[in-house]
Design a binder for this molecule. Sequence first.
Ligand code: ADP
Ligand code: MG
Length: 694
Amino acid sequence: MKQRSLVLHLIKVSELTNLSIKTIKGIGDETAQVLEEMHIHSVQDLLEHFPYRYEDYELKDLANAKQDEKVTVEGKVHSVPSLTYYGKKRSRLTFRLLVGRYLITVTCFNRPYYKSKLEIDQTVTVTGKWDQHRQTITLQELQFSPFKKNQSIEPVYSTKANLTVKAMRKFIALALNQYGNQIEDMLPQSIRNRYKLLSRETALKSIHLPRDHGDLKQARRRFVYEEFLLFQLKMQALRKREREETPGMQQLFDLNQLVEFTNLLPFPLTGAQKRVVNEITMDMKSPYRMNRLLQGDVGSGKTVVAAVALYATVLAGHQGALMVPTEILAEQHAESLIHMLSKVNVNVGLLTGSVKGKARKELLQSVKEGNIHVLIGTHALIQDEVIYKSLGLVITDEQHRFGVGQRRILREKGENPDVLFMTATPIPRTLAITVFGEMDVSIIDEMPAGRKIIETYWVKHDMLERILQFVHKELSAGRQAYVICPLIEESDKLDVQNAIDVHSTLVHYFAGKWKVGLMHGRLSSDEKEDVMKQFSVNEVQILVSTTVVEVGVNVPNATVMVIYDAERFGLSQLHQLRGRVGRGDAQSYCILIADPKSEVGKERMNIMTETNDGFVLSERDLELRGPGDFFGKKQSGMPEFKVADMVHDYRALEVARTDAAQLVNSEAFWQDEQFAKLRSYLDATGVLKGDKFD
Ligand code: ADP
Ligand code: MG
């Protein structure tokens, strides 16, 4: 019964969505076809085809006008226009115009007919380019009447084929006129009142036909909130559904034992580590399934947090799995976890491709019987052959590489463990709560005490010789260095070639002095492992590599990171690479070799030299690149907003998120008439029914 009423409402809400654009005067088959190509099918679509910018004809005070700025002024004609012809058709007309206290010159090209129309003392409105030095406006538009307020800002629309902006304005104005009173508002009055938001009808009118900047601002405010609220409602409804439908485990453990474990660590936890440990263990204790993202900059100490959480699940009588993207990382993690957890008698197993035959069989048997408490490995951890006695917690490191698919595999295996995603790629909070909106987010925003800042330098290519001498100096002091090779976008093959070239150059340069290793994605995992081992025991002093060393590799004796063509890397990636050094006690250095052409490129290099803080960096990166580009093309799931901007409107985003969470968890939302439209909106998105949503 309830479902039915939702559907009925849906039809009502979408009346204008069913109405053909051909019901608008002037739109025939031909125009309709062009509009269809622009994905404008219904009157609703047309009304929601927002301007991408505005022509601003608002009167300008010349005292504030800048050189070459486009201005609109109103004034009185002060001199008889003088007309000069040069050539048959080309002419120049000039006259003096008194604008307030300013007597300026107006120049118009190729419009001789104005001469007979302009009279002394007549009031005209002039739009054009302002030349401050010559006190002259070069005319673009002239109106023989006093300035009218209602035409001061004109919308500019994207168009296609021979459809003009002017025609678009006309059609939209007609649509507003004809159907304006049928525009439905999904936002209930109560919410609109709370934030003093315009009704949808008024806001649509203002966004298309603003009278002034105030109008526009209010209209924007309304749509920003609407877009964010609808988006967050989906996220929060999804989160609620996941919570209610996937039974979680209530993992009860003895807190004292957990505290004892942390006391065994060689250092006290930082405040941030303590806070996130609490957030995580609270989730584990709750009857809900944990779905949490843990963000922490490189070196912020996520592994320890993981160890504590894994120990908690073991104390609660379950097993834990730690999944990492590469075998090298799996080994490194295993080493440090065995070191920590063996003190409390937790058995840690390592499952990689190199565990074969009998050893593998035995390991899997132990996992099945529950003798292995914590299993570490790559994706192999969740495959069919691995059967857990009772899987309580799955932690993945670098969540970008662990997607929805893997979570589904787990669920299909009948496991419903708590899930923690760890990432060292700091994502600005605004993006985190948007892209991972249905997750909870924990952030380690504090570094362990005494960390040295990695000194970062930006140099040009012609400094290579000096850089290599510097590398030599560090190596002579017993240190090691990484050299990261030029990145060729989307060409793994060329990247490898680059690495091979740089490697042979350095082999020659340092012949007889230092050993240079080579690492790239085309090596077999055995070969990679060999190289990494040689580097980690300092048999090889310089490691030339593609970005495969980006993630997690830990060689504390390495103190120099040289990155070729640094302008080709994203800021987060550079930061990740830089995080490979500075892992020991010694002062470390990062040298960015770059000749960026653009201002943004230079700015990015500067940011790298100015901050070591991954969160600061990611915020700046987001500002520079905009949310769409932040993750690169591959990352899907970035919502597209028409009006809202996640960076600039982040406060509204936070407000909408809180509101959405509060709404979906309130009874009123699911019952009150005033929320019926929002409910039918949610219903239409499919998140309530459990349709796939991403
Ligand atoms: P990441 O977050 O990059 O995974 P790790 O967990 O590898 O960081 O920690 C980096 C280093 O910092 C390790 O050597 C670890 O032992 C050390 N560490 C972690 N937490 C602390 C702490 N609270 N105080 C001092 N050192 C710490
Ligand atoms: Mg780590």
